[in-house]
Design a protein around this ligand. Structure first.
Ligand SMILES: Nc1ncnc2c1ncn2[C@@H]1O[C@H](COP(=O)(O)OP(=O)(O)OP(=O)(O)O)[C@@H](O)[C@H]1O
Length: 237
C-alpha cells in the first residue's frame, strides 16, 4: 500500500472563492506543523485530507485510500477540530467515547468497556455519565481527543489543539501527544508549538509559501508575521 498522505495539484474553491490552490505534498514525517495567518487555508487543508470536503481539482490519497472512502479512513486518520462543538454528537461522555469504536465495527458492550477503561486511565471515571454540554470548552476538547485516540488511527490531524486549554492541561496534552506512536499534523499560530516537528508547512493565501525543517521555515515566518503586525490591518483577508 502507498504510505503517507499524497496531494497532487489539489485546489479547493468554496462559494466561488479560491481557498487552496496548486498544493502538491507527500507527507510521511512523524510530526508535521501547519502554520499560517487567519484565513490562510489551514483548516480547509485538514478538512480536505480528512475527506470532509472534496477537492475542486487534483487528487488525494491517505495511506493509499481516497479520503471519501469512509470505511478505509476510519483506521487511517482521526481529526480534532478547533471547536469541540463541531465534533461532539452525543448527550453523554460515555456515548461520545464509544461511538467511534462502534463505527469501527466493535460491538457496543466492548466499545463501552474500552471507553470506561480509557476514562479511568485518565482519572476521569466520574465523567462517564456526565452530560457533554456540562463540560467546559477545554474539557470538551479533551473529550474529543480521547475519542479520537480510542480509535487508534495512523494519522492524527489536530487543529489548534491547545487553544482552549489551561496551562497544566496544555503541558499534559503536550506530553501525551509527544509520546503517541501516530503521525501528527498540527495546526498552530504559535511557531514554538511546531518547533520540534520534523517538517513545517507554511500556508499563505491558500498556497504553500514554505515547506521544510523548522529552522528553515520558522525564522522567515516570524519575520513576516512581525512585519505584518507592524501595519494596522490585513486588507487582503
Ligand atoms: N464554507 C466556506 N465557504 C466559503 N469560504 C470559506 C468556507 N470555509 C472557509 N472559507 C474561507 O476559506 C479561507 C480559509 O479558511 P480556513 O478556515 O481554512 O483558514 P485557517 O487558516 O484555518 O484560519 P484560522 O487560523 O482563522 O483558523 C477563509 O478565507 C475562509 O473565509
Amino acid at each position: 500500500m502507498e504510505s503517507g498522505i499524497h496531494l497532487q495539484d489539489v485546489s479547493l474553491t468554496l462559494q466561488g472563492k479560491p481557498v487552496l490552490a496548486g498544493i502538491t505534498l507527500h507527507l510521511t514525517e512523524p510530526r508535521i506543523g501547519l502554520i499560517g495567518r487567519n484565513g490562510s487555508g489551514k483548516t480547509s487543508l485538514l478538512r480536505l485530507i480528512a475527506g470532509l470536503v472534496a477537492p475542486t481539482s487534483g487528487s488525494l490519497r491517505v495511506e493509499g485510500a481516497r479520503p471519501s472512502d469512509r470505511k478505509a479512513m476510519l483506521g487511517a486518520l482521526g481529526i480534532l477540530f478547533q471547536n469541540p462543538d463541531h465534533q461532539i454528537l452525543f448527550p453523554t461522555v460515555i456515548e461520545e467515547l464509544a461511538f467511534g469504536l462502534i463505527q469501527q465495527g466493535i460491538p457496543k458492550p466492548q466499545a463501552l468497556t474500552r471507553a470506561r477503561a480509557a476514562l479511568a486511565a485518565e482519572g476521569r471515571a466520574h465523567w462517564e455519565n456526565a452530560p457533554t454540554h456540562s463540560l467546559s470548552q477545554g474539557q470538551r476538547q479533551y473529550l474529543c481527543l480521547l475519542s479520537v485516540l480510542l480509535m487508534q488511527p495512523r494519522w492524527l490531524l489536530l487543529d489548534e489543539p491547545f487553544a482552549a486549554l489551561d496551562l497544566p492541561t496544555q503541558a499534559r496534552l503536550r506530553r501525551r501527544l509527544d509520546a503517541l506512536p501516530q503521525r501528527l499534523v498540527t495546526i498552530s499560530h504559535a511557531p514554538e508549538a511546531v518547533q520540534a516537528c520534523q517538517r513545517v508547512l507554511w500556508l499563505e493565501e491558500g498556497r504553500l509559501r514554505a515547506d521544510g525543517a523548522p529552522d528553515q521555515v520558522l525564522p522567515e515566518f516570524g519575520a513576516e508575521m512581525a512585519r505584518r503586525g507592524a501595519v494596522d490591518a490585513d486588507t487582503d483577508l
